[in-house]
Design a protein around this ligand. Sequence first.
Ligand code: HEM
Ligand code: HEM
Length: 254
Amino acid sequence: MLSLMKRPILVWDLPTRLFHWLLAAGVLGAFAIGNLVDDDQPAFAWHMLLGATAAFLVLLRIVWGLVGSRYARFGSFVFGPRAILDYFRGLLSKDTKSFVGHNPGSSVAIFAMLFLTVGAAVTGALMGSGGEALEELHEVFANALIIVAGAHVAGVLLHTLRHRENLTGSMIAGTKVGDEADAIRSSHPLVGLGFVALTAIWAVGLASGYDAQAGTVRLPLLGTTLAVGEGAEGEKRGGGEHERHGEHDEDDDD
Ligand code: HEM
Ligand code: HEM
């Protein structure tokens, strides 16, 4: 159908776009370092910093998913099983409906990625006090996350080729071609600014609360101190050697 009103309209607000690229960078960075750097190297601290910041981004995104602009709100991209099936069926034929916001296919991947990012970060953070099982679980979350993200990028590429619509460009510039009536009014630059500021406070706070010697980190805004790394079993820190060194018998006379 020909419409005279089709032209670039604003769809993704600034907080959503900032969230997207910061999350992608954080997750890919954490994954790369997790695989390439040994966890007793100082550089491994970047793994924890990036992973924990990615999870913080997701928490902010959840808030924005409840109160944000039209296409950022979860309500606009919670689809039923029927819509999701129809979408994937449509991928094979040519006649797919087009969606202004997230389509049913990508919405499944999006919710999975939000969940898996938080899962990876929580299991990563608890590993210091939890041992083997959490370490395994951490790897499961991390690998599942990268697989879903890979499928997500493949889906974006497929859509781009099939429908000749540059989705990646829209996640950068915020616009898609559509009807004026479907546009959001504002890209919410101030919220975007607040979003980056809070993320920076979190990341800087984490970095300055990190004590490599003790293997602990004090969480900003919460104030709790966590043991990080695989350290709790003690093998890394000399297995209590120096305590044994001038230890007396148990009969202290106090
Ligand atoms: C580097 C290559 C990537 C490209 C080109 C890309 C592109 C896109 C595009 C075009 C969308 C909008 C999809 C739609 O129209 O429904 C999107 C959404 C999304 N992507 Fe990616 N993406 C990439 C990597 C990642 C990675 C590594 C992650 C996470 C682990 C990720 C997580 C997400 C999430 C959570 C959304 C939803 C955004 C929101 O509503 O807040 N993406 N991506
Ligand atoms: C998006 C978030 C994260 C991703 C994708 C991720 C991914 C990974 C990967 C791929 C590994 C390597 C596993 C292996 O040895 O084969 C790893 C190890 C590790 N991660 Fe994460 N991680 C994330 C967040 C975190 C966080 C927030 C922490 C801690 C606060 C953490 C702590 C660790 C530790 C201690 C290891 C070493 C375990 C080992 O080598 O066996 N991770 N992570």
